[in-house]
Ligand binder design. Structure first.
Ligand code: EPU
Length: 337
């Protein structure tokens, strides 16, 4: 367990922001994690996973613990299901592809989401009609203050839309070390109702798709809309899709009859932030090296050497404009430090 000083985080966050951390340790086992927590219990800590859902706006005066614990184990559950446990440092997409290669179904719609398995429950990652919580069984975590191990059931995690216990009451209190999913082995339940998936499958002439076909369709759709963080720095959707009251929505719909929306309940409607941002004229706009992606306006990008502060300034400009044009407050989905 090697402690590095003044470590550049440029290659450890998908926005590619070049800021240093005063101290850094790469953690590759649970024992090393517990030891580091004990040894550095007086130092401010920063828990780093895949770095795919954060914007760093300043150097970190903290000890960064980079949770890179690897390993996947499988246990038979029922005739038609297995329990698959992945350690926190497994790359999410590689893990999903591993499951598909073993014919374990459930996570295929979540292909190509960046980040590590360990942070996937924190914001209940989701895409194309599936959320992590749909297949989640439990996760193991270490309590930072005491080093004690705790198992969180699905109920304990209080999952919501891009939300969980770990973003609220449990914030900064635990390090997730592994996550267990229940996946199907025979009778897969495919979720292809999302329009873009249906279209991609029918274009290929596939009428009874396999989990591989669904994953391939998702990969194709994501590649066509979302920038590859290895080429253009980004953190996926920068904002959450706002939920507004049906009353406010009706007024908006009168002004903008074409506004896409999803009815959440009899009193609430979710509207796509990407549509609002595009309508406000930001799609593809660039301010220095900070920009709005030209194919999906919900994604802010680093065209090269943008600082975190520049990207944050752009995000705030967008929030102010959306508030003034539509009267809607956009909430950041990425964590800002
Ligand atoms: N839209 C526009 N202009 C844009 C972007 C979107 O008009 O620039 C419209 C689309 O035409 C569509 C609607 O907005 O009618 C929704 O767009 P899309 O299907 O691309 O999904 P999204 O709501 O923008 C959410 C997730 C994504 C996830 C997709 C697919 C959030 C914050 N984002 O985006 O998640 O991949 O659905 O399920 O919920 C992420 O969280 O990082 C992420 C990429």
């Amino acid at each position: 367990m090697e402690l590095e000083s003044q470590k550049s985080l440029k290659h450890l966050n998908t926005f590619g922001i070049d800021v240093p951390a005063s101290q850094y340790i790469k953690i590759t086992s649970e024992t090393a994690l517990i030891q580091a927590l004990k040894q550095h219990n007086k130092t401010p800590l920063f828990i780093l996973s895949g770095g795919s859902n954060m914007l760093l706006t300043k150097s970190l005066d903290a000890l960064v613990l980079h949770i890179a614990i690897k390993g996947i184990t499988t246990q038979k559950n029922t005739e038609n299901t297995v329990l698959v446990t992945a350690s926190a440092g497994e790359n999410w997409h590689d893990f999903v592809q591993y499951c598909i290669s073993k014919n374990y179904g459930g996570l295929e719609n979540l292909s190509l989401i960046p980040g590590y398995v360990g942070s996937s429950p924190i914001q209940n990652i989701g895409a194309y009609g599936v959320e992590l919580k749909d297949h989640f069984v439990s996760c193991e975590a270490i309590h930072i203050a005491t080093g004690a191990k705790k198992i969180f059931s699905k109920e304990d995690c209080l999952f919501g839309y891009r939300n969980s216990f770990f973003k609220n009451e449990g914030k900064s209190q635990y390090v997730i070390t592994s996550v267990t999913f229940r996946l199907t082995t025979k009778e897969h339940i495919l979720n292809t109702s999302y329009g873009a998936i249906e279209n991609a499958l029918s274009e290929k002439g596939i009428s009874s798709p396999s989990i591989r076909d669904v994953a391939d369709a998702v990969i194709m759709i994501r590649q066509s809309k979302l920038p590859d963080p290895k080429k253009i720095g980004n953190s996926g959707s920068f904002f959450k899709n706002p939920v507004i009251s049906s009353k406010v929505f009706k007024e908006l719909q009168q002004k903008f009859p074409e506004i896409p929306h999803y009815i959440i309940s009899s009193s609430q409607v979710k509207v796509p932030a990407g549509w609002l941002i595009e309508k406000a004229g930001f799609k593809g706009k660039r301010f220095g090296d900070a920009g709005v992606h030209n194919k999906q306006a919900l994604v802010l990008v680093n065209h090269g050497n943008a600082t975190g502060k520049e990207i944050l300034a752009l995000a705030q400009k967008i929030q102010a404009e959306i508030k003034s044009v539509f009267g809607i407050s956009l909430e950041a989905e990425v964590n800002i430090f």
